[in-house]
Write a protein that binds this ligand. Structure first.
Ligand code: ZN
Length: 255
């Protein structure tokens, strides 16, 4: 349409409230300030018995990264059952992939990485759960082969280690850093310093293991401390979501 005719038409459409004039290509949705992701690794039973009820009370989303590694198959007192994992999904939380056996990806060949991812995908399917679309790296160990396999299998987002918020337009969505990694000696001040980074286009992802984590005390979070973290998060007014929810903000080329 000739430009001279197009402008009056746009004006007319505008008068009738019809959005027909946008000529700029649609970009990704703008990341709001205060966007925080909660992630919980290693399939610990306390995720179902303590964490999920507290998150529901606050109205927070979260991702639970499931592995059948460690003593998952033998110790059903400390590790989640698949019935509990199903319930986490039913409660609206995301179930993500943390591999079959919790092996470090840098020591594995692509075919082994693919098999360990597929194992959790199949276990999800067997229990009527959607195929995971996000991942967390066992031991935070990223590898180029791992990123390639994740991309091939349709994964959109993956969390590694680190200690900073990220920008989805600049960071690789399949190797995203965490802004906070809860350890026994972590403090409320460190937690607040992490969530305050969620601004100016940046997202803060927070990592937890068991609350408590009896079998792995070096990643334990004390339940009383966790309650204080969640209260601080609530008071901050942050929007607390699951990792999968970030797909909405990915640049189109990275979908
Ligand atoms: Zn882990």
């Amino acid at each position: 349409m000739p430009r001279l005719l197009a402008w009056p038409l746009c004006l007319l459409l505008g008068l009738f409230g019809l959005a027909g004039c946008a000529s700029a290509p649609a970009g990704p949705a703008k990341v709001p300030d205060g966007l925080v992701v909660l992630t919980f690794d290693d399939s610990v039973a306390s995720h179902a018995t303590f964490v999920a009820p507290l998150l529901k009370k606050h109205g927070f989303g979260a991702t639970f990264y499931i592995t059948e590694g460690f003593e998952f198959l033998q110790d059903k007192q400390h590790y989640l059952t698949w019935e509990q994992i199903k319930q986490l999904h039913a409660d609206g939380f995301e179930i993500g992939n943390h591999t079959k056996a919790h092996k470090g990806l840098p020591s594995q060949k692509p075919v082994e990485i693919a098999a360990d991812l597929e194992h959790i995908e199949k276990r999800c399917a067997e229990h009527g759960l959607p195929r995971p679309t996000t991942f967390s790296y066992p031991g935070y160990a990223v590898s180029a082969a791992g990123i390639a396999v994740l991309r091939e299998r349709g994964y959109l987002l993956a969390r590694a280690g680190g200690a900073r918020a990220f920008d989805l337009a600049k960071d690789d969505p399949l190797a995203l850093p965490q802004a906070f990694d809860s350890k026994p000696d972590s403090t409320l001040e460190q937690f607040k310093a992490a969530i305050v980074q969620a601004r100016d286009g940046k997202v803060a992802v927070l990592t937890f293991h068991g609350v408590p984590d009896i079998r792995h005390p070096w990643v334990n979070t004390d339940p009383v401390k966790f309650e204080a973290y969640m209260q601080a998060l609530k008071a901050s007014g942050c929007k607390v979501v699951a990792m999968r929810d970030l797909a909405f903000y990915l640049p189109p080329a990275k979908h």
